[in-house]
Design a protein around this ligand. Sequence first.
Ligand SMILES: C[S@@+](CC[C@H](N)C(=O)[O-])C[C@H]1O[C@@H](n2cnc3c(N)ncnc32)[C@H](O)[C@@H]1O
Length: 338
Amino acid sequence: MFVEQIDRFEQNQKFDQYLTDKLFYLMKKYGPHQCFRIYHGRGKELFIEDALWDFTIDHLAPYKLIFNIHCHSWDDSYWSFYDRIKASLVSQLSQCYAQHFQAVEKAFLFSVQVRTHLNCFFLEQNIPSTIVVVENQLRFQLSLNENQNIGLFFDMRSGREWVQNNSKNKSVLNLFSYTCSFSLYALLGNARNVVNMDMSQTSIHLGRKNHSLNADLLGDYANRVQFFSHDILKSMGKIKKLGPYDLIIVDPPSFQNSFSMKKDLPWLLHRLKELINVHGLLFLAINNPHVHIRDCLLEYGELLGEEFTLLKLLSAPGEFVENHIGHGLKILIYQKVL
Ligand SMILES: C[S@@+](CC[C@H](N)C(=O)[O-])C[C@H]1O[C@@H](n2cnc3c(N)ncnc32)[C@H](O)[C@@H]1O
């Protein structure tokens, strides 16, 4: 199935050339030492229905490219596709780096991480299990061979930058904090204090690590940040005690048994409404690609009522091309007015 999709796909597009052009454009946009996503299959950016939707390629600082393939099962016939794309990208990228960044001595590090329903494995053996990447000035540790996600959601970059620009002197609650990337940006933006909460101990551990990796930039951050590995649905008492807040970030999972968007999110938002100071902000991120922004605006607008007004809408950075407009990452920012 996969191979058929690739064949069909390549009749229409020069995939290799498309990737190289896009990488070059992004290196100009962000600089060669930054991490970013080059190809995001979920957005169906190449307009081919069902082809390559479970395929991503990330640029993890110079000379490292990580392919991620989510598929139902790995078939040996995928090897030839991988080998060809790899050979093509290595040759074109070497030229690209040499021409524009005068540094191409190092070898490219390629990894293909395959995630099936049953397991996650690498097709190459020379991959470190953790690496540190840079986004803006901040450093993040990524885990390349562990869980479903590597530690940083590249499509949230615009959201993180907004948080940095809107945290000055604020008390911030970061719910579903994962590896606490919002917390780093809030502290960099001079937040008064940040409370991070996520039920995953591993993510919170990595969150702490990310803070220590950036100690030189964050100054006296230790007294301004707290970390809790708690189930949010069972921790309203604690959340209330540590409040109220000037900015609450809610970035829940779309498809996890531990949280139901349909049942738990309305419940949570009702409780959080009371914990936001007047003029305070609610940053609500909806990731589910099956949900349209129009429906989010209706549902959450009604739920928050007249106490809140919509201040801003944000989406993923431009390189996350969305074939189905309105279905990509949706960030709704509300302000409490009453
Ligand atoms: C979409 S990720 C959050 C991404 C994060 N805000 C970021 O920008 O990096 C969802 C997170 O929700 C956490 N989670 C899911 N259900 C939870 C619950 N009931 N209580 C606390 N955390 C939960 C997961 O452990 C996961 O880290």
